[in-house]
Ligand binder design. Sequence first.
Ligand SMILES: [Zn+2]
Ligand SMILES: [Zn+2]
Length: 280
Amino acid sequence: MDVRHAIQECGGVARTCELRRYGVSGDAVVAAAVDGTAVRLRKGVYANDARSAVAVAAAHGGSVTCVSALRAHGIWLLDAASSLHVNVGINGRVHPHYRCACIDHHEGKTTVFGVASAVDALKVAWRCLTLESYFVAFESAWRLGLLSEQNRRSLIEAVPERIACWLRRARGDADSGLESLFRFRMMLIGVEFESQVRIPNVGRVDFRCGRVLIEIDGRANHEGDSERARDLARDANAVQRGYVTLRFTYAMVVHHWPSTQAAVLAAIDDMAFITPADSL
Ligand SMILES: [Zn+2]
Ligand SMILES: [Zn+2]
């Protein structure tokens, strides 16, 4: 096997001893580093692409973890942190490297390279995320199929009770992180919604509370004229069944929460005394 292929098999970063298992000799690795086929991160550690997160973490002395691993798994994150979070192990040594801005984590006795699993990343990410960001990431990982029931139980046991009590109320059917964030913020003030409710002649709506329907429109969706026409038709059908629909964008949920919350509370207050047609 050639050097690049062998490094790839090891996850993009490999020690010389690991490469020997693929039949790659020490001389071949050194030659690859000299001709630029591979990159020498430090003595005995090689990567295919020095700029990859896995390579920077290995140069630092460990593996990609926490929010950086969550991002690598495609899990929805509210905060756009740029620092690389690296697990160097309990006794691991941190190696100086060019432009280091890494955040250290110290988990496990052995130093490994690569990207932590979603479960292992969530086990430590509560230390670096706000409660609501962590809740949203947990629901996102669940929705992506990255957390089994056993995984969720182990995470609930691993985090402090002030976080665990919220994870017990998490769901695996939120369509987007934005929906998770909306529901979490409403739960914080004691307002519970039914999620993903199917209403005749309207279809599935994100949330329902009494006569109020809430639709959360993500950034990429609901931009075209046809989508807008469809939304308006849904809203008109909802009115016929006794509902009022409120629609919120990414910016309204993330950046203008006080006015969004006020609108929801006012709508719930106004409509609470009327019984929806579906309940009759
Ligand atoms: Zn972290
Ligand atoms: Zn670093």
